[in-house]
Structure formats: C-alpha cells, structure tokens
Design a binder for this molecule. Structure first.
Ligand code: NOJ
Length: 559
C-alpha cells in the first residue's frame, strides 16, 4: 500500500465560531485560535481543518459564502489568517480549508448579478427554471425543509437551493463557474494552505431533466436525492478539478458525501481515479434514523454499527482510503450518541476513541471531543441558533402536530447545536471562551468538563487521545494494517484485529455498561502479548482471555 502523509495524519476540526473568542464579541475568531496553538500541539494533531472562515451573512454559520477571498469580519482579517497559517506551519502542523462550492450565499456578488435580470452575464452561474402553473419546477424537499426552489418575482423564475434559500446552488454545468472556482482554489493553495474539506461535493451535478422525486407516505415534498447525489457527471467535474488544480499541489482532500456507499466512495477516492483522497460517509452517524430522518431518532444495535464500519473498512482496504469520525459540527456529541454521557462518560469516551483510532483510515477529532464534551439540552427554541434545527421545529411542531416536548427531545438527541456550544476551556464564566456574551450559551457542565482540568489530570480523556495519537505515530500497523472483524454477532463487544505482515493488533471494546465476557481462539492465547492501551488499569500479565471486559472497557494488544 502506498504510504502518504495524509494517511498517517490525525486531523482536528475547528469550528471557529465556537472555539475561542479573543476580542470579547462573543464569537470565536482567528486570533483566538492563535492563542490555543500550544493546546493543539500538546494534543499531537497534524492537521487543522477550519470550518469556513470566509465572508458570510451567516445564515448557515459560514456555509453560505458571500466572498471566497476575504475573511469573515467577525473572525478577523486576512493578515490574521496569514499569521495563523504561518504559525501552524512553524509548529509542523498543516491547515485544511473548508471549500463550499455546491452553493454560495445569495449575497455573493455572482448571485446579486444573476438574479438582477435574465440576460445578465452571471444568470447561468446559478440554476434558474420556470415554474409549473404557479408551482415550483420540481417537488424536491430542501435539506432545511420546504421546497428547494425559491420564486424570484423580479424575473418570474425559481432558483434552486438544496439548503436554505440564502444558499443558491451554483450551476456546475457552466464552464465559467468551474473556472472561477478553480482559480479561487489555486489562490488559496498558493497562499500555502494544505488542502480542502469539500462541502457536499457529491451534490454538484443535478439531473438536467429535473424529474419529480418519490413522495414518501405522510410527506408533502418529494425526495430529490436520486437526481442530485453521486451522479457520474460529479466525477467528471472532480477529475477536471483534479487535473486543473489538485494534482499540482501536495495536499489533502476529503469530500463530504451524504448518501455515499463504499462502491461509490471507491470512485471518488480510488488511486487511479484522480479525484479525491477521502470522503466523509454518513452511514454510521445516520444509524437509527426514522421517517423524519434524524428527528425521528430510533434505537440502533451494535451489530449494525459494526456491520457498517466493517463494510467501509473492507470496502476500501485495497483501493481508496477511509476517513474516520464520530463527530463534527453537524453531529451530536459522540458520548451522548454512541456511549454514555453520564456515569461512564470518561471511560466510554476513551473506548469510542480507541474503537475509531485503531481502524484503518485518517481519524478526525472534532473540537471538544478530546474532553468528552456532551450534548446540551436547552429548553426553549430561542436558545438554539442552528437554521436546520429552527426550520425543523417550525415545520414539525407548527405544521405537523409534533408537541414541543417531542421535538425538544429530538433536538436534544440529534440537533447540530449540540456540537456548536462553545469550547470548554476552564472554570471561569462562559468556560473561558469569551469575556463577552457568547453567541450561543455554553453547556452548563463546563465546571466538570473543561480543558484546564483535563490537561492537569494525566488520566483524562485528553491525555488518552494524546496516547492514541502517539500509537499511530509509533506503529505503522495502526495506519496500514488490514482490518478484520471478530465476533460479528455480539451485541456488546466491538472487536477486531489489524494485521501487517507477522504483526497483529487486537482491539476489544465493550459498548455496554455491563461486564461482557468473550472467548478468543487459541491463536491469540498462545502468543506473547503487549497491552498498548486500555481505559482501565489493566496489565500485560492479566492474560487476554481471563477477565470479562468491564463497563465500556477497551484494550488494545500488540501480538
Ligand atoms: C454540510 C455542512 O457540514 C453543513 O454544516 C452545512 O449546513 C451544509 N453542508 C450546507 O453547506
């Protein structure tokens, strides 16, 4: 297998708005990130992925960009950005930018022109269609509820927006659009950035026939996904982007790809395909979704989680490369979602980290995950800031008859603001995130969960992550070893091996609050073993098979 730096790296995602505020306006900023570089270096990460820092009216917190080549005023200046990039490079870390090019803000000058008249030269930068007898051109539903089409009286046409109506989709069929995007990417790469995380990049091509989507029972809108996701034309665009831009730089690329399966992922990331290096798949984080997707969150089984992650491990083991994540700015906190954010929070956060970081792929840590930060439960809708959450509340409660309590329970479990409450730095007011009033309230558990305490406690989750990252640096089997699942039917234990030549790793993770026994074959018992890491006090001499796994216990053996 080809060795590449981005396969060996650990990435840390910063959501700048919620990371660290240096000037007391309640909004995190670039100088705030500068203040925390020692922290990142101590953790041992290699790459920082910055969620969007570009000029934006913030309808979707920066995922609605109004100027790709300037920095959002709340976050600082281009000079701040350049200082940050330099400082990261001086410390041996790299910087990956978020690239949001499926859509722009409606306040981007391209769109302002595009909507001004039908014969404006920028008209075809976006996707405009006529209505059908006063109805939108298709019945597709937006990711943020309502129709994907917004009527514009000025020119009596509708424009497409897969997300909010302030996020019009760019028309990738237009070569001029693609050229502008490639030039902009080169501009950032020439500044020295080390790659891109590409927002919903598998949605850039739309079926030009714009067929109506299937309307599932109980739904008002149709499902447009078959006509916008993973179309072969997206691959053509990405190959062109690769040829024009990516191939000329030694960079990292990861494409966000909702609805992707491993076969499709191979098309995006296969070595000979010349598209991307990794994708973010959604299957494991979407587990348990019901008829209203994540809002009708149901239970999930460990065997399902194992099946999904194993399918991805095996699917990309010979070609392509996996991204590994539990968390990001769109997902609830990992301990709240996949393990226990109460009594077993510490031990189970370590278990989840182990389970993921010992797999094949590039691990991504989302800010605060290394502290075991948890979901938050605000009581009122006006305490929430996320457009997806607010729109879903409006639709499900006001139009569809859900009760406030039912919807709040769904938001507490799955809402995106769970990930967006400010980073918990210390015990002081607002967790040390800001001296002003934070744009979204801090999780009230910051006196118990914060970076300062974690750094001072050698047994903390933070230090455990450091050790895991250290293992990846020390043992190439952690990066390159082949993955094989053990005990596929077990609903308590997620166990697997990694194999590289004669070397083996054995990873055992108990996903329950009960003791879980297991029985390994002779192959493991005969060998001399070294315990590489565990979240309990376990010793090498304790013999692999002898004691059941304690609640949320994990162990990694080197054989
Ligand atoms: C995916 C991003 O991660 C999410 O935060 C955003 O709302 C949508 N794409 C639209 O840009």
């Amino acid at each position: 297998m080809e060795r590449r730096w981005w396969k060996e790296a650990v990435v840390y995602q910063i959501y700048p708005r919620s990371f660290m505020d240096s000037n007391g306006d309640g909004i995190g900023d670039l100088q705030g990130i500068m203040m925390k570089l020692d922290y990142l270096q101590t953790l041992g990460i290699d790459v920082v992925w910055l969620s969007p820092i570009y000029q934006s009216p913030n309808d979707d917190n920066g995922y609605d960009i109004s100027d790709y080549c300037s920095v959002m005023s709340e976050f600082g200046t281009m000079a701040d950005f350049e200082r940050l990039l330099k400082a990261l490079h001086e410390r041996g870390m790299r910087l990956v930018m978020d690239l949001v090019v499926n859509h722009t803000s409606d306040e981007h000058e391209w769109f302002v022109e595009s909507r001004s008249s039908k014969d404006n030269p920028k008209r075809e930068y976006y996707i405009w269609r006529q209505g059908r007898n006063g109805q939108p051109p298709t019945n597709w539903e937006s990711a943020f509820k309502g129709s994907v089409w917004e009527y514009d009286a000025n020119t009596d046409e509708y424009y497409l927006h897969l997300f909010s109506k302030k996020q019009p989709d760019l028309n990738w069929e237009n070569e001029a659009v693609r050229k502008e995007i490639y030039e902009m990417m080169k501009w950032w790469l020439d500044k020295g950035v080390d790659g891109f995380r590409m927002d919903v990049i598998n949605l850039i091509s739309k079926d030009p026939a714009f067929p109506d989507g299937y309307v599932y029972p109980g739904k008002q809108y149709g499902d447009g996904s078959p006509y916008i996701m993973n179309r072969s034309r997206s691959h053509e665009f990405l190959r062109e982007m690769n040829r024009e831009v990516l191939a000329h730089y030694d960079i990292m690329t990861v494409g966000e790809a909702p609805g992707v399966n491993p076969d499709q992922a191979k098309l995006y990331t296969g070595q000979k395909r010349n598209e991307l290096q990794m994708v973010f798949q959604f299957e494991h984080v979407d587990l348990g979704g019901g008829s209203e997707g994540k809002w009708s969150d149901g239970s999930w089984k460990l065997t399902d989680l194992k099946h999904i992650l194993t399918k991805w491990q095996k699917g990309l083991e010979d070609d392509g490369w996996n991204s590994l994540y539990w968390n990001n700015h769109d997902q609830p906190r990992a301990v709240s979602r996949f393990s226990d954010d109460g009594m077993y929070r510490e031990v189970s956060a370590k278990m989840l980290a182990t389970c993921l970081h010992m797999m094949q792929g590039t691990p991504y840590i989302y800010q605060g995950e290394e502290l075991g930060m948890t979901n938050v439960a605000f009581h009122q809708l006006d305490e929430y800031r996320d457009i997806e959450t607010i729109n879903a509340y409006h639709e499900l409660v006001y139009s569809r008859g859900w009760s406030h309590d039912q919807m709040m329970a769904a938001i507490h479990a799955r809402g995106r603001d769970n990930a967006r409450t400010p980073m918990q730095w210390n015990h002081s007011k607002h967790a040390g995130f800001t001296s002003g009033t934070p744009w979204i309230a801090v999780n009230p558990n910051y006196p118990q969960i914060n970076a300062e305490d974690s750094i001072n406690d050698p047994t903390s989750i933070f230090h455990y992550y450091r050790t895991l990252i250290g293992l990846r640096k020390k043992y190439s089997i952690v990066v390159y070893g082949r993955y094989d699942l053990l005990f596929p039917e077990d609903e308590r234990i997620f166990a697997y091996t990694r194999t590289l030549g004669e070397e083996k790793l054995l990873v055992l993770c108990n996903f329950t609050a009960d003791a879980a026994d297991f029985s390994l074959s002779e192959e493991f018992i005969r060998k001399s073993v070294k315990l590489l890491i565990s979240n309990y006090n376990q010793r090498d001499e304790d013999g692999i098979n002898e004691a059941p796994l304690r609640p949320y216990e994990c162990r990694v053996y080197h054989l």
